[in-house]
Design a protein around this ligand. Structure first.
Ligand code: GDP
Ligand code: ZN
Length: 304
């Protein structure tokens, strides 16, 4: 039988098959294989499984994945798959309370690009937005290949357009608590309740935050994957020389840097730096880049 994993909790997996949820575990041989990943299966995986005498699902194998959204925290640890077979990643932010954090979004974009997954940035609480703030976000991402929507779950502004971007797709949601994820999805899909995850958020603390991910399905087939407790995205698998390639808005300029590869940091004749000085690339975006570059370089140093 073939089903899809809709929930992972510790070593238990919920497999959706023919409209029914089957509580499942992995077949022993699946746990060991030589894989690049720390977890053999994740939410979004299409799996072959059987059901034993006790009615427990036994996951036998995972079908080939379209894409994976992963993180890598430790130099020695393997990549964790948070979810896979996605149509998009939705980074949810608020204009305020909690304060807009585009550096966090930049990290999400890198992880998504690494997995070949499109990104939708949804900035909520536009009713509280100060003058010029949406223009700031647009100019920050000018030249970057991401879709941006400004919405207010409170007033409903921008919500029908946002719904069009979500409807019928399988999306991975990432955003700190308080940005309004529950309010947003409640508004476009009454009956969808992201808050049901919260109990497990507190009990699911610990090292393996990937062990608590859940897919919620709306009546029209729209699928939302919530990641309570996933707050950081390690980037230790990104090479310093390669980081600029994850910034679409830098990539073309990088062809004209005097040195190649160029980390766009201290190198003379760097075209990216020139474009920052000319105001073509937003300075804040460049600072965010350097911030990530230094953290990656720091990680590499600590490796030895
Ligand atoms: P979550 O933790 O991301 O699921 O966020 P919630 O949906 O629980 O919302 C957090 C708080 O922000 C609640 O007090 C909401 O009423 C409020 N909130 C959500 N959306 C908006 C909005 O568009 N505008 C304003 N002003 N407040 C909002
Ligand atoms: Zn450069």
């Amino acid at each position: 039988m073939t089903g899809i994993i809709v929930k992972v909790f510790g070593r238990f997996y919920t497999v959706l098959f023919d409209g029914a949820e089957v509580n499942s575990v992995l077949r022993g041989k699946m746990k060991t294989g030589q894989s690049n990943y720390s977890n053999p299966a994740a939410v979004g995986d299409i799996v072959n499984f059987s059901i034993n005498k006790e009615g427990l699902g036994i996951i036998e194998s995972v079908l080939e994945r379209k894409n994976t959204f992963t993180r890598k925290d430790g130099v020695r640890s393997r990549e964790d798959i948070i979810a896979c077979n996605l149509d998009q990643v939705i980074a949810v932010q608020a204009f305020t309370n909690p304060r807009l954090n585009l550096r966090f979004v930049d990290r999400i974009i890198i992880r998504s690009k690494r997995g070949n997954i499109p990104v939708l940035l949804c900035v909520n609480k536009s009713d509280l937005m100060e003058k010029g703030e949406s223009a700031f976000v647009r100019s920050y991402y000018k030249g970057a290949d991401i879709n941006i929507k400004f919405v207010s779950a409170l007033t409903g502004k921008g919500m029908s357009e946002f719904k069009k971007e979500v409807s019928g797709k399988r999306s991975l949601l990432i955003g700190y608590s308080g940005v309004g994820k529950s309010s947003l999805f409640n508004r476009i899909y009454p009956g969808v309740d992201l808050k049901t995850n919260e109990v497990s958020e507190s009990s699911g603390k610990g090292k393996h935050t990937t062990t608590n991910v859940k897919m919620i399905r709306a009546d029209d087939g729209t699928e939302l994957i919530d990641t309570p407790g996933v707050r950081e995205f390690g980037l230790v698998d990104i090479e310093p020389d390669d980081l600029g390639n994850y910034f679409d808005d830098f990539r073309e300029a990088a062809l004209n840097c005097r040195f190649r590869p160029c980390t766009h940091d201290h190198e003379p004749g760097c075209e990216v730096k020139r474009l920052v000085e000319d105001g073509v690339i937003h300075e804040e975006r460049y600072i965010s880049y350097l911030n990530i570059l230094y953290s990656i370089q720091e990680n590499l140093k600590n490796q030895y």
